[in-house]
Design a protein around this ligand. Structure first.
Ligand SMILES: O=C(O)CCC(=O)C(=O)O
Ligand SMILES: [Fe+2]
Length: 249
């Protein structure tokens, strides 16, 4: 298992200095693919929240975190999910592929509080960014446990808190300990500031650093949409529901 890890396609994209594992792939989709997806996101399905808006596909989970089985819309499947398969992103999750996508939209000044994604899902999230760049802020789960998060695996120091800069068309994969031991959020700011190799964990993996360098380490926010692909563990098929209903009579 460990011997072939060096040959795994994701290894070149691993973000160093963070708990295992985050992977960042710039230009995961093309400009044309990005435009096509943006144009297909339905305008009538947005749920407005105070600092962002979102929609869930194929549907919102039930109160006990169950997904009612249904396929994802075609524009969320192709070309993205076949590319996930080539990279083996969901090869160890229960359904071997994502079955749920949350679409989040952030206008300048909007964000999402630090949080964890929790146990409704397999511990893998694949996030495709569309439209503009945004920084994801990472913090240890509890500040009193900071030393636990920083020193693991032979005393290796993790550089948290830190940020991951997500360029438009990029893919960010969060798995395992990175999924379980850190909180992630998007600061509700109009400008991400102080972007440089020390403050941005994936600086060396960026597709194009020049816009941020030329802006003096700033990213002036524009509307950014994210597609977060996940594998929901509990899935209820329509057939199960009917059977369940029969046994209850
Ligand atoms: O927009 C993002 O990149 C993060 C979204 C997020 O954390 C979530 O939907 O749980
Ligand atoms: Fe999240």
């Amino acid at each position: 298992m460990t011997t072939d890890s060096a040959h795994r396609p994701l290894q070149a994209f691993r973000i160093a200095g963070l708990p295992p594992d985050f992977y960042y792939i710039p230009n995961f989709i093309s400009i044309e693919e990005e435009a096509s997806i943006l144009q297909k996101i339905p305008t009538q399905r947005w749920i407005n929240l105070s600092h962002r808006r979102l929609q869930a596909h194929p549907s919102t989970l039930t109160k006990n975190n169950t997904l009612l089985a249904a396929s994802l819309p075609a524009y969320l499947i192709n070309p993205i999910i076949p590319r996930f398969k080539e990279l083996g992103i969901f090869e160890n999750t229960s359904h071997l592929q994502p079955n749920h996508v949350l679409i989040n939209e952030y206008k300048p000044g909007e964000g999402i509080m630090p949080h964890e994604d929790g146990k409704a899902y397999a511990s893998v999230v694949a996030t495709v960014s569309l439209g503009a760049a945004v920084c994801l802020s990472l913090t240890p789960k509890s500040s009193s446990d900071e030393s636990d998060v920083e020193e693991k695996d032979h005393g290796e120091k993790w550089k948290v808190p830190t940020r991951i800069l997500q360029e438009p068309r990029s893919l960010l994969i969060t798995t395992g300990e990175a999924y379980e031991s850190l909180l992630h959020g998007v600061d509700a700011v109009e400008i991400d500031e102080g972007l440089n190799p020390e403050t941005v964990a994936n600086w060396s993996l960026l597709g194009d650093r020049t816009p941020f360098e030329e802006a003096g380490g700033r990213n002036v926010r524009e509307t950014r949409i994210s597609l977060t692909y996940r594998d929901v563990l509990k899935v209820s098929s329509a057939a199960n529901k009917v059977l369940g209903g029969m046994f209850m009579r």
